[in-house]
Design a protein around this ligand. Structure first.
Ligand code: NAD
Length: 509
C-alpha cells in the first residue's frame, strides 16, 4: 500500500495547469457543479452545467453543419482528424493528468487511454481514403450494380466515466471522416476531460479551416442524455455505459427508428486449461482482474479453472494480489487506484456479502483501505472469491475488483460457464492445446465479441472491432469495418444498355 498522496489542492493545481496548456478557457467553463477527484474525494473544480436548451441548440447546429460537411471530400475530412491526432500527441501528458484526476487511473493507464485516441486518429485518417463500396454483377446486360456509402447525419455520443476520452474519440474520429457531425453527452464525473478533448478538436478544426459546428459537448445528467436519445434529428446514438442504461434508451431509439450503437456492460471470463503456461496466465489474470481497480468493461470477473490445477494457480493469484500497491494513482509504483465514488464502494461491499451468502469464500481482499487518511475516497483491496457455482451475483457485473473463481472438468462445461451469463463482451482461454484454442474461438465456443487466446480479457487494440453480444448491446466500434455504422448504404443500378430489361424476366410495357 502506498501512503504518498498529493493534496486536493495540488491535484486542483495540476488540473488547472493541464486545462490551460490545452487551451481551455477555465473562467468560461466555471460554474457551480462540483467536480471531485476520486484520489482524495476533494473538490478540484466547479464547472457550469447545461440545460435542455443548450442540447437543442447543439443538435440544431450539428444538423446545420452536416449539410456542409457531407460535401467535403472524405480525404479532406481526414485532415481534421490528422491534426487532432497531432494535438493529442502534443498534449498527451496534459490529458492524462485530467484522466487520472477525474477517474483515478494510474498514470500509465491514463496515458494509455490517450494513446488509444491517437491510434484511432491514425486509423481514421487512413480510413478516410478507404470508404469503399462493392460493384456487384447485374443479371441484366448493360447494367452496373454498385454500393455507395454516404454520410449519415448527426451522431449523438453518450459516454461512461471509466473511459472518459477514448470512447468519444473512437466514435468521433470515424464519424467525422464519414462526414457526420457529433453531439457528445459525457459521463457526470468527467466534465473536464470532455471539455479538454473538445477544445483540442476545436483547435484542430481552426487549424485546418474546417467548417464551424461539427462537434459539440453538452454537460449534464441522464435527462440531457435522454433528450439526445429522443431527438429525431440524431441519426445514430452511440451509447456506452451500463446494461441498465442500454435497457432504458434502446426502446426510445427503436421507437423513432433511429440507429443505435450500444456498448454496454461486460462480465468477462477466462478459462485456464491444464496445459496453460501458468506464469503467463498469472500475469494476464492479475492485470485484467485488478487493473483499473476493476473498472473496465473488459475487466476479468470470472476465472474458470480446470479442477486439476486450481490448487496450483489460485494460491499464486492470492500471493500476487498481496503485492499490488494500492494508493494514489499518480504516485510511482501504484498499481491499483480508487473506485470512482461511494456508490461504487457500496456496490462492491454488497456484492461480496451476496457472494458469501451464495456459498462463496473470500480468499483475499475486499476490505476498504486508506479510509482514515482519506475518508471521502474509496480504495479497496482487490478480492478473489471462490464460488461453488455461477450464482446470481456472479452473473451480474459489479464495477469493482472482485474475481470469482469457478472450477470445471470438461471444456464443454467451461465454455457453458463462459457463455452462461447475460453479457457477452470479452473472454479468454489460457491453453497450449491448439484444439482447445480453436474450439474456444469457433462458432460453438465463446459467444462474446472479443475472444482471446493466451492473453487476458482487457486491453484491446484499435485495429480490431470492439464490442459484445447479448446484453452488451451488439455494437462495434474502432477498427475493422466499424466505419460503416456511421454511414448509410445506397444501392445504385445504372443502366447503360439503351434497353429497359426488367429484373427477374418481368414483362411490362
Ligand atoms: P452509466 O450507465 O451509469 O452511465 C453511462 C452514461 O449514460 C452517462 O453519460 C450517463 O449520464 C448516461 N445515462 C445513464 N442513464 C441514461 C438514460 N436513461 N438516458 C440517457 N443517458 C443515460 O455507466 P457508468 O457508471 O458511467 O460506466 C460504467 C458502465 O459502462 C459499466 O457497466 C461498463 O461495463 C460500461 N462500459 C462499457 C463499455 C463498452 O465498450 N462495452 C466501455 C466502458 C464502460
Amino acid at each position: 500500500m502506498s501512503t504518498e498522496f498529493p493534496s486536493t489542492t495540488e491535484i486542483a493545481d495540476d488540473v488547472q495547469r493541464a486545462l490551460k496548456a490545452i487551451g481551455v478557457d477555465t473562467e468560461a467553463i466555471a460554474g457551480d457543479v462540483e467536480v471531485r477527484t476520486p484520489i482524495t474525494g476533494g473538490v478540484i473544480f466547479s464547472v457550469r452545467t447545461q440545460t435542455a436548451d443548450d442540447l437543442d441548440a447543439a443538435v440544431a447546429a450539428a444538423a446545420e453543419a452536416f449539410t456542409v460537411w457531407r460535401e467535403v471530400p472524405a480525404p479532406v475530412r481526414g485532415q481534421l482528424i490528422k491534426r487532432w491526432g497531432e494535438l493529442l500527441t502534443e498534449h498527451k501528458a496534459d490529458l492524462g493528468t485530467l484522466v487520472s484526476a477525474e477517474v483515478g487511473k494510474i498514470t500509465s493507464e491514463a496515458l494509455g487511454e490517450v494513446q488509444e485516441m491517437i491510434d484511432i486518429c491514425d486509423l481514421a485518417v487512413g480510413q478516410s481514403r478507404q470508404l469503399f463500396g462493392k460493384t456487384i454483377s447485374s443479371e441484366r446486360p448493360g447494367h452496373r450494380l454498385a454500393e455507395s456509402w454516404h454520410p449519415l447525419g448527426v451522431v449523438g455520443v453518450i459516454s461512461a466515466f471509466n473511459f472518459p476520452v477514448a470512447v468519444y474519440s473512437w466514435n468521433t474520429a470515424l464519424a467525422l471522416i464519414a462526414g457526420d457531425t457529433v453531439v457528445w453527452k459525457p459521463a457526470e464525473p468527467t466534465p473536464l476531460c470532455s471539455l479538454a478533448t473538445d477544445a483540442l478538436l476545436a483547435r484542430a478544426a481552426t487549424d485546418v479551416g474546417a467548417p464551424a459546428g461539427l462537434h459539440h459537448v453538452v454537460l449534464g445528467g441522464r435527462e440531457i442524455g435522454q433528450r439526445l436519445v429522443e431527438d429525431t434529428r440524431v441519426a445514430l446514438v452511440s451509447a456506452t455505459g451500463s446494461v441498465r442504461m442500454g435497457r432504458e434508451i434502446a426502446p426510445l431509439i427503436a421507437g423513432r427508428f433511429g440507429r443505435a450503437l450500444l456498448e454496454l456492460g461486460g462480465n468477462n471470463a477466462a478459462i485456464v486449461a491444464p496445459s496453460a503456461d501458468l506464469d503467463l496466465a498469472l500475469r494476464g489474470i492479475v492485470f485484467a482482474a485488478a487493473g483499473t481497480a476493476g473498472q473496465r468493461c473488459t475487466t476479468l470477473r470470472r476465472l474458470i479453472v480446470h479442477r486439476s490445477i486450481v490448487d496450483q494457480l489460485v494460491p499464486r493469484i492470492v500471493d500476487a494480489y498481496g503485492t499490488l500497491s494500492i494508493g494514489s494513482p499518480t504516485t510511482d509504483g501504484t498499481l491499483v487506484g480508487p473506485l470512482i465514488n461511494e456508490a461504487s464502494f457500496n456496490a462492491q461491499q454488497a456484492a461480496l456479502a451476496a457472494a458469501v451468502e451464495q456459498g462463496g469464500t473470500v480468499l483475499c481482499g475486499g476490505d476498504r483501505v486508506l479510509a482514515d487518511e482519506h475518508p471521502n475516497a474509496y480504495y479497496v483491496q482487490p478480492a478473489v472469491v471462490s464460488m461453488p457455482a455461477q450464482s446470481e451475483i456472479v452473473q451480474a457485473e459489479t464495477f469493482a475488483p472482485i474475481l470469482y473463481v469457478l472450477t470445471y472438468d470438461t471444456l464443454d462445461e467451461a465454455i457453458a460457464l463462459n457463455n452462461g451469463v447475460p453479457q457477452g463482451l470479452s473472454s479468454a482461454i489460457f491453453t497450449t492445446n491448439q484444439i482447445e484454442a480453436e474450439r474456444f474461438t469457433s462458432a460453438s465456443g465463446s459467444d462474446c465479441g472479443i475472444v482471446n487466446v493466451n492473453i487476458g480479457t482487457s486491453g484491446a487494440e484499435i485495429g480490431g472491432a470492439f464490442g459484445g453480444e447479448k446484453a452488451t448491446g451488439g455494437g462495434r466500434e474502432s477498427g475493422a469495418d466499424s466505419w460503416k455504422a456511421y454511414m448509410r448504404q445506397a444501392t445504385n443500378t445504372i443502366n447503360y444498355s439503351g434497353q429497359l430489361p426488367l429484373a427477374q424476366g418481368v414483362e411490362f410495357i
